[in-house]
Ligand binder design. Sequence first.
Ligand SMILES: [Zn+2]
Length: 410
Amino acid sequence: MTYRRLISVPAAACALILSVSLMGGTVSFAETGNEGLRDSSFGVIKDHFDWTVDGVLTRGIVSLRDFDWAEELEWVRDFEYESLLNTKEGNISYVPRYTPEMKSAHVQSLRDLPWVAPSKQADENMVLGQTPGWPDDEDLPTWPYEYYESPAVPPQNIHGFTITDPEAEDDEKLQVVLVAGNHSSEMHGCWALHGMIEFLVSEDPRAETLRRKAAFHVYPLACPESRYIHTRIPTIPTLAGLPIPEGRVAEAYPLRGGPELYAYYDSLEHWSDTGAMGGRPDHNRVWDTEGLFTTIDTLVPAMKADTGGEADYLWDFHGGYPHDPGDYRGTEEAMQSPYAQALEARDAPYPEVLRRTQGGASGMTRMWATSEDGLNAHAFTFEPGQQLTKKQALVAGKNLALGFHDIVTE
Ligand SMILES: [Zn+2]
């Protein structure tokens, strides 16, 4: 496709990145004992090897059912993908990157299941619309790196679909919205959503009950262009700590938004004057905007159409930062909701998770969804901790689904 070339990193840049990571006390893959590593070093590599300068195998075609834990997770269907690990210079994402191509492939794999249907505003391929992309002959706005060439970005699909049993007609079905991928580098949340979806479409009797009593409206990648950029730069770390030229965006690119956001913010004279948007190009601060960004203008109407304008619950999947052991957050009301109580009662999504009562900026997915202008929902942000392996993230997603089972069957 159209990313220009895998940028070769000069030796000086490697040394710089390595020293940054040492200063930051980054742990290496070997030290984490993390299953993310198995994806490359111990998993079944089918094709396509790629080693980084420091000897970490970062690429390989793998299948989920080939992992040695697959027997324990019988509800996870096979899924073949190109495993891309961050190198150990990165502070986050010890699980494989979840690319836009993987999102599309996963959506395709769901298409013919009888309980999966396109979003009301989506086409038969469950595509709601496309992002504008960014041309080859123009640098990305505010691109701050000397060592990484600014890539072209092809238009990306914005997906939307609903999981529910169409034969169980019930006006009272629980309406649940699931969204992931506000932030480009936060892969753990995408693996958790993958696990939740796999469980919801499975033959487990609890999943069957859930499909009869609830409708899950899924928007698996909210900001696909930033994920596209992030997953194409082989050694992009958190970027925090890399030198950013004077006068450029203080926030690391492209962690928190795509080209549309950066172009918009770059056009403003004073970044900090943007008030409710948080004063920075962050896709999780713009959900209360209208007419500015393709993703928001596509997803917000889709969510309203799918839910009839009101949802019971919403999950926004993030995570993978080293603020162990990870947490989920919601307003006081959300944290007292029957669902939050059910999660607490079953120690879900995993026993160590922190439960935080937290408001936030009005443009956050969670706060927008809570508001009456949004979806009037109990909304939560899930920030699974960096220490979770891919398997644990998948199980966390299943456990989030089981919490809904508790409240629809009580
Ligand atoms: Zn995030």
